[in-house]
Design a protein around this ligand. Structure first.
Ligand code: 6PG
Length: 260
């Protein structure tokens, strides 16, 4: 399917389950297509219920075997700074939902630090920036351009661990940042910054539930990303909001793509 240049697109599914299935199928398709020329594929995962639901749906999908996972690198846009085996870890949830079920080399899974890795939160952010710098872009940008940056969205419009009216959403001179006193527990997190997220070829945002409708409506209406971070998410080629009917209640009809 040719990629058009439409800025932001809204694709609606009936309910959370069909949303997860739909995004999972697209995710596997796109990963397979991106890697079909033998190049490395970089995808960034996120936390939250939809993040895990999509990965679990992918693990069940018949197209799972079509992907050459040896060329896929998995990153995270954010992580909760807790111990590695803590159920709150986005990495742990992703491994249980999908990564443990695929033949992906261990070194291709780039998890952010945990509290039991022996360094503090600021060092954890710095270490992730250094790991990303091992895959610089052709123009020297010290992080990969993710083929897909997959994000959940909070009811307040946060993405990754970039929250409204907090300094981290405005940071542009760092790759990854330490987040303290997070409005969403747990309190300590590591997050990629907006330039890295928006350096992605495709930003895919997945939203389910009526409590997300306001943030989505504001984002599409051009709200400031300082107060509605999701408003500032924009892939280089594509920005798609995958939503269910409940989250779509405030989406202008002209932005809804029934064909995609
Ligand atoms: C996290 C996530 C966060 C999440 C949103 C949406 O670590 O909590 O990265 O950004 O994706 O809060 O979560 P839900 O899909 O569960 O609403």
């Amino acid at each position: 399917m040719a990629e058009s240049t439409i800025e932001k697109r809204v694709v609606i599914s009936t309910d959370p389950a069909s949303l997860a299935e739909s995004v999972a199928a697209r995710l596997l398709n796109r990963i397979a297509k991106c890697g079909s020329d033998g190049s490395l594929v970089h995808i960034s995962l996120t936390g939250g219920s939809m993040g895990s639901a999509v990965l679990a749906a992918a693990a069940r999908h018949p197209r799972l075997g079509r992907v050459d996972w040896s060329r896929v690198h998995v990153w995270w846009s954010d992580e909760r700074f807790v111990s590695r085996e803590d159920a709150d870890r986005n990495e742990k949830q992703a491994r249980e939902a999908l990564l443990d079920a695929i033949d992906i080399p261990a070194e291709n899974i780039h998890a952010m630090s945990a509290t039991d890795d022996g360094h503090d939160l600021d060092a954890a952010a710095e270490r992730y920036a250094a790991e990303l710098a091992h895959f610089p872009q052709e123009d020297g940008t010290p992080w990969p351009s993710f083929d897909i940056c997959f994000l959940g969205v909070g009811p307040d419009g946060h993405i990754a661990s970039l929250f409204p009216d907090r300094p981290e959403i405005l940071i542009t001179d760092r790759v990854a940042v330490a987040v303290r006193d997070s409005p969403k527990p747990p309190p300590e997190r590591i997050s990629l910054t907006r330039p890295v997220i928006n350096g992605s070829r495709r930003v895919w945002l997945v939203l389910s539930g009526a409590d997300k409708a306001g943030a989505l409506g504001l984002a599409l209406a051009g709200a400031s990303y300082a107060s509605v971070p999701v408003a500032g998410a924009k892939g280089r080629r594509r920005t798609i909001f995958f939503v269910d009917e409940a989250a779509a209640s405030q989406v202008p009809p002209e932005l809804i793509d029934r064909e995609y």
